[in-house]
Design a binder for this molecule. Structure first.
Ligand code: BEZ
Length: 237
């Protein structure tokens, strides 16, 4: 039985990812249990056989190895049936050549959700935009099944998949190194160290006693974190 939490409540950052069982183009899944220990990006698209979605799937599938290497499983969803999904993915592979991408095989699971049960659970149907199609939602879920980032795009705008990869790397870097990441951060840029927790520490930092840090004020200090160190910790061997 649904609990009050399951009914018409949009999941939020920090919540446990709502559980579901689904039929996909790669067989049945039990989410998030089947993916414990991995990051997942669960994303919705409005409809199969539509141009923006086709460009998105080709782009994401072409980047699949980059996400695999970061221990991240991609999982798509739309309010279409399994046979529509299969036919669309076959068309993409067999017929579509776009921006140098061709013969693109989508090997990550694509969920059928004709009942909208999962889309509703995840707040992917936003009636002001459409009552019959999911918006372009992206949920980043960590290896313990906790939602860590949510991004929504409207029907008319394709996602920036480089940005989605940057978000994943940012979340993993923040976790592994205990740092925060400033505006427009990319691996190799300086990172933000936790704010001084005492007057003494604040004074030390402002006196430049920690040579590793650059402090713009007592509460805003950064340090170097070379890209190679991040790569070593994040990427599978
Ligand atoms: C598209 O993917 O092209 C699309 C889907 C739904 C509404 C508008 C555009």
């Amino acid at each position: 039985m649904d609990t009050i939490q399951d009914i018409n409540v949009m999941p939020r950052i920090g919540d446990k990812a709502p559980a579901f069982k689904a039929v996909t183009t790669q067989g049945n899944i039990n989410f998030p249990a089947d993916f414990e220990g991995k990051w997942t990006i669960l994303f919705s698209h409005p409809a199969d056989f539509t141009p923006v979605c086709t460009s998105e799937f080709m782009t994401f599938a072409t980047m699949q190895k980059e996400f695999d290497d970061l221990n991240c499983q991609l999982i798509g969803l739309s309010i279409d049936g399994l046979y529509s999904h299969i036919a669309w993915l076959r068309t993409i592979k067999e017929k579509i050549e776009y921006k140098g991408m061709k013969n693109v095989e989508v090997t990550f699971p694509l969920i059928e959700d004709i009942t909208m049960e999962i889309a509703q659970k995840y707040g992917m149907v936003q009636p002001g935009e459409s009552t019959t199609k999911a918006v372009r939602a992206v949920f980043f879920i960590d290896p313990k099944g906790i939602i860590r980032t949510i991004i929504y795009y409207p029907l008319s705008l394709g996602r920036n998949f480089r940005e989605l990869k940057r978000v994943l790397i940012g979340l993993q870097t923040a976790d592994k190194f205990g740092v925060a990441l400033p505006a427009d951060w990319h691996p190799g840029d300086d990172v933000i160290v936790p704010t001084a927790g005492s007057c003494g520490k604040a004074k030390e930092r402002m006196e430049g006693k920690d040579g590793e840090m650059t402090c713009y004020d007592w509460f805003f200090c950064t340090k170097k974190l070379p890209k190679e160190e991040i790569d070593k910790k994040l990427y599978k061997k």
